[in-house]
Design a protein around this ligand. Sequence first.
Ligand code: CTP
Ligand code: CA
Length: 223
Amino acid sequence: PAWIGRDARLAGRHIIVTAGPTHEPIDPVRYIANRSSGKQGYAIAGALAARGARVTLVSGPVTLPTPPGVDRVDVETARQMASEVGRALPADAAVMVAAVADWRVEPAAGKIKKRPDGKPPTLGLSENPDILAELSRDPRRPALVVGFAAETENVVDNAVAKRTRKGSDWIVANDVSGDVMGGAENRVHLVTADGVEDWPQGSKLAVAERLAERIADALGAIQ
Ligand code: CTP
Ligand code: CA
């Protein structure tokens, strides 16, 4: 629809959305990161706010405007994102769209210089906290926890396994084998306890509208 009205099923509900990449510093001038424009997460945050939900958007570094009505908290690293998600609780739902860096580096205090012998530095990586998995196990867990899974192959099988492993209610499986990254279009499958729904290819905005409708259905069914 061209215009979305407020939805009684979302009024007064608090929903946390994570979006964008995280940046993990290597030294003061370098970082490692996942590829993420933030478009899909921002569209979801905007669609939920347009329907009347109170939305806290915990965002990694992106170049997008804050959608109207959304409370935005900016973070850089995965650990900052984890702590801001915790600070935003309690919530009725959480939608984790962020492309969180799986690993971080113990950052050097000063800029790492190239060596005259041409030997590259070794980066020691540590695994970042899994924000989605930790939230799913948290005593203050929102009633509805939704994760995303960006996959290039075995999209649905990987997403079904990820839903179980992470303990989320739903996983939105995202086929990123084409030119989804940074683009406007998306092709997703919704994995729930009831099975797998193949959604038609559509714009990231259309995927956001459809997911917001489904979240309204789900929260509407909870008292
Ligand atoms: N996620 C998260 N914290 C992390 C890593 C991922 O909250 N440290 C969330 C993402 O926001 C997404 C979901 O978990 O909602 C799946 O992310 P994905 O990278 O597909 O899953 P991983 O468990 O990291 O598995 P993979 O080895 O495929 O990267
Ligand atoms: Ca990952």
